[in-house]
Design a protein around this ligand. Structure first.
Ligand code: ANZ
Ligand code: ZN
Length: 847
């Protein structure tokens, strides 16, 4: 028999599947629906192993659910807008559209070689006007429903490149390209009102029971609901009040200062008459806008000279500072600082020599001597130095202070969310144009829906910094739809996270006139199994959940949750290698010499093995999927991807692992293709209770359960075991071996679709395995015929034995007493009683 030739076989079946359109999904069918989706790829240029892992997991499930009689939707598309295309334009001069569509074309070909069961008829790229035009229509619906608004907001500004930077483009406070210190600038920007749904997005997490707990926790933390107090402090020696937000009203007696945000209206007012303060504010604005950047910056402040009166201590006043760590868009933009119990406040107090007064004392400390050193105390304890609060727990003291403040009408209980409204304005070309026109007379005018899509102009240049849409000679100049006067288009485009917030809805009816075909979406949604990287655990998933809610408000969908099941797969890791200069070396260049030392195969220079790390171009520890598919075939790559570790864990790519998978492909090939004297297809296995039949049906039951539970590596392990059982039973009758081999082929099909399709044909079938039902285990053959019995002496476990399930009490007792460990444990003691619970235990009571 010949060796399995993956090149011929894989191409052959990919073509057969495409020609027979097996993976084309009807929008409706009598079968139950199952929507499987992997997070769609960004067309960066090449498929990497992370993609292969992601799509292989989804594909195995797709094939499994299809075989089990579901109408499965498994589509593919491209998250095609974004900065890399503009960067490429700047570096190489390629137009972003050309760059993107070229990448899509080559990545599509690569994906097709993996043999994915995808309905390619539904494919789209978010950068196509057909898609982004519909997105613009949704934006206008959001606008109609009060879910979009415009306001001034701070952005990161690169003073050299004259461009707005995303937070991730600010590295250590500097622009990623120019290296210039980033400044903050105020721009009028578009926002989506995700905050309207903060509470619902939070409480509904409880219902997402097929999501990983860690992802739900991350989302909950991101939404960041906090319950606290808004409290007004009256100025001392001047009219007016300053309102602060605190989640720790219990610490009010430890307050030693008030701090305002540099962007607080009062700060602005004071700075108008205080040049030093104005300079300080300017300086604060040179830090990036991200919370992280602000958190990392050294805590600094400016004493305004103002002070406020303490609400509970007559005669005590607190100085008012402007501080760089207070954000304007959280709470009220002002705080009271309690250095003993908040680290930022403590750092600040040490710097400006403010009192540090502990008011919460840990239970094991003495309130009379308790002091705080370099670290603020944030744990539980009893109140001290706090008048009417003394002795209370933190929780009781919070409630007491809130009650008193409310009674005195100095503030009120409030709930705050860390979740901010979603700023979607980007000053870039390669994104969805925001469908708005600015008219000098009418103001902000939405583009009429009949004029959609607002398409991007093609003739743009990237030779200067800034937004090409803004400096385009004609694009932005339009007539106002309202008064026909001269007006200008909005030149901001949307954050690409908008594109990925509803693509799963568009897949349900990608050619529909409406952005979302409500009936089709109603049929397919929610996505039953969503699969992707944990790096999207917060933003993408939260935005998609928000979009569903907003779309429901606008009447586009019914239901609020887009993804019923979520699976976050681990990364693909690989060893790293370095040469003697410390430079990274590609793994395929590394060879082991006979003496065991590693060398570069091209230069012979010695190489050292480094750590295992996530495959990345920068460390050169990447393995190109094309090379692997060329050398070993897609089935081998798929099998290895699924076999090595649980799919939620990181996978260690290794040469040995891929070789092992390749050997197994060959082995399955030989087992089936070289089988002799098999019975005819369809013959009844005889004898009906042959041990190989039991192994066969147990394999069906096990693999079915494993795949249903996403335990893909376990199903692989079970198939190895089953293959061993088949090899060991070469003397079984031809009818029994046929059943076993057919089952092996069917169970392997989700993971190795090409090999198994070919073997199915070899087994005498003319129909496609991709259209064949999943095998069903015969309950009579999977029933366990033995049970494990615990042997105890006076209730203490001594040993266990496997016995026939049908043993009666007397036989069970006899079998137990014949056990060596049990009889040694009894030794010469007197047996008072033997308690036998069939199927469970034999307990010997001795005295
Ligand atoms: C007094 C206090 C004492 C505070 C103490 C903490 C500890 P979370 O839990 O995240 O909601 N804060 C309030 N508004 C702020 C703003 N705009 N910028 C920076 N910090 C702000 O945080 C709430 C706490 O963060 C509030 O409670 C406030 O400091 C601070 F021992 O008030 B706290
Ligand atoms: Zn007008």
């Amino acid at each position: 028999m010949t060796r399995y030739n993956h090149k011929v076989v894989e191409a052959k079946w990919q073509k057969a599947w495409a020609q027979s359109q097996v993976f084309k999904t009807p929008t409706r069918s009598d079968k139950p629906k199952y929507y499987i989706l992997e997070m769609f790829p960004y067309p960066s240029g090449r498929i990497h192993m992370g993609h292969v892992r992601n799509y292989t997991i989804g594909d195995a499930l797709t094939r499994f659910y299809r075989a089990r009689g579901y109408n499965v939707l498994h589509p593919m598309g491209w998250d095609a807008f974004g900065m890399p295309a503009e960067n490429a334009a700047m570096e190489t001069g390629a137009h972003p559209a050309d760059w993107t569509y070229d990448n899509i074309a080559s990545m599509r070909e690569q994906l097709k070689q993996v043999g994915l069961a995808i309905d390619w008829d539904r494919e789209f790229a978010t950068c196509s006007p057909e898609y982004y035009g519909k997105e613009q229509a949704l934006f206008l619906d959001f606008l109609d429903h009060g879910l979009v608004y415009r306001r001034d907001s701070w952005v990161n500004w690169d003073p050299v490149d004259h461009t707005v930077l995303a937070n991730e483009q600010v590295i250590d406070g500097k622009g990623w390209r120019s290296g210039a210190p980033v400044e903050r600038r105020k721009l009028t920007q578009w926002f989506l009102k995700i905050s309207d749904f903060a509470e619902d997005l939070l409480v509904s997490l409880d219902d997402l029971d097929r999501w990983p707990d860690k992802v739900r926790t991350m989302q909950a933390n991101w939404i960041g609901r906090s319950q606290g107090l808004s409290l007004r402090f009256a100025f001392d020696g001047r009219d007016g009040e300053v309102e602060v937000y605190t989640t720790r009203p219990d610490t009010i007696f430890g307050a030693s200062f008030i701090a305002l945000s540099p962007d607080h209206p009062l700060t602005t007012e004071l700075a108008a008459g205080d040049a030093k303060l104005a300079a300080f504010v300017e300086e604060c604005r040179r830090t990036g806008t991200s919370e992280e950047a602000i958190e990392r910056a050294e805590k600094r402040g400016y004493a305004t000279g103002l002070s406020v009166r303490h609400p509970f201590v007559a005669g005590q006043t607190l100085p008012v500072y402007v501080a760089n760590f207070v954000l304007m868009d959280y709470g009220t933009g002002a705080i009271f600082g309690c250095p003993a119990h908040d680290q930022r406040d403590l750092d600040f107090a040490r710097k400006y020599d403010l009192p540090v007064r502990p008011v919460v004392v840990p239970s094991d400390a003495d309130p009379a001597t308790y002091a705080v050193g370099a670290e603020a105390y944030t744990g539980p304890g009893r109140l001290a130095n706090s008048a009417f609060l003394d002795g209370m727990t933190v929780e009781d003291a919070k409630a007491e202070v809130i009650d008193r403040v409310e009674a005195a009408d100095q503030g009120r209980r409030t709930v705050n969310y860390r979740l901010r409204d979603w700023g979607i304005s980007r000053q870039r070309y390669w994104g969805t144009p925001i469908p708005i026109i600015h008219c000098p007379d009418c103001g902000v005018v939405p583009v009429p829906k009949a004029d959609l899509p607002v398409t991007l102009p093609n003739d743009v240049s990237f030779d200067e910094p800034g937004n090409p849409l803004d400096r385009h000679p004609t694009w932005k100049h339009v007539r106002c739809p309202n008064c026909s006067g001269e007006a200008e288009r909005e030149t901001d485009t949307m954050d690409t996270f908008v594109d990925s917030s509803w693509y799963f809805l568009r897949f349900c009816a990608p050619d529909a006139d409406a952005p979302i075909d409500r009936a089709a979406a109603g049929y397919w949604l929610p996505v039953d199994q969503y699969i992707g990287g944990v790096e999207h655990a917060i933003l993408h998933l939260l935005y998609a959940r928000f979009f569903m809610r907003a779309l429901e408000v606008c009447g586009h969908v019914d239901g609020k949750e887009p993804f019923a099941g979520l699976f976050t797969q681990g990364m693909v890791n690989h060893l790293t290698y370095r040469d003697s200069d410390g430079g990274w070396v590609f793994p395929h260049l590394v060879r082991k010499r006979d003496d065991g030392n590693l060398i570069r195969s091209d230069t012979g220079a010695s190489v050292a093995e480094g750590r295992v790390e996530k495959m990345s171009k920068s460390k050169k520890n990447v393995v190109d999927p094309d090379d692997i598919i060329e050398q070993y075939g897609a089935d081998t790559a798929r099998w290895f991807m699924l076999s090595d570790s649980p799919p939620e864990r990181d996978l260690l790519w290794s040469e040995a692992g891929i070789e092992g998978a390749w050997r197994f492909v060959q082995r399955v090939w030989r087992l089936v293709a070289e089988a002799e004297d098999l019975a005819e297809p369809g013959s009844a296995p005889d004898p009906a209770d042959h041990p190989l039949r039991r192994a066969t049906h147990k394999a069906i039951e096990g693999v079915t359960g494993d795949l249903s539970a996403l335990h893909l590596n376990r199903s692989v392990a079970r198939i190895y075991e089953f293959a061993n059982a088949i090899s060991a039973a070469s003397d079984a009758p031809g009818s029994v071996r046929r059943e076993a081999l057919e089952t092996l082929v069917r169970l392997c099909a989700p993971m190795m679709p090409h090999l198994t399709e070919e073997l199915w044909r070899q087994l005498g079938y003319r129909t496609l395995l991709a259209e064949t039902d999943w095998p069903v285990a015969d309950p009579a053959l999977v029933r366990e015929d033995t049970v494990t019995i615990a042997l105890q002496v006076n209730g203490k476990l001594k040993d266990t034995i496997e016995v026939d399930k049908t043993l009666d009490k007397a036989a069970l007792e006899a079998a137990a007493l014949a056990n060596g460990k049990l009889s040694r444990a009894i030794a010469d003691k007197t047996v008072r009683r033997v308690i036998v619970v069939p199927g469970k235990i034999v307990n010997v009571v001795v005295g």
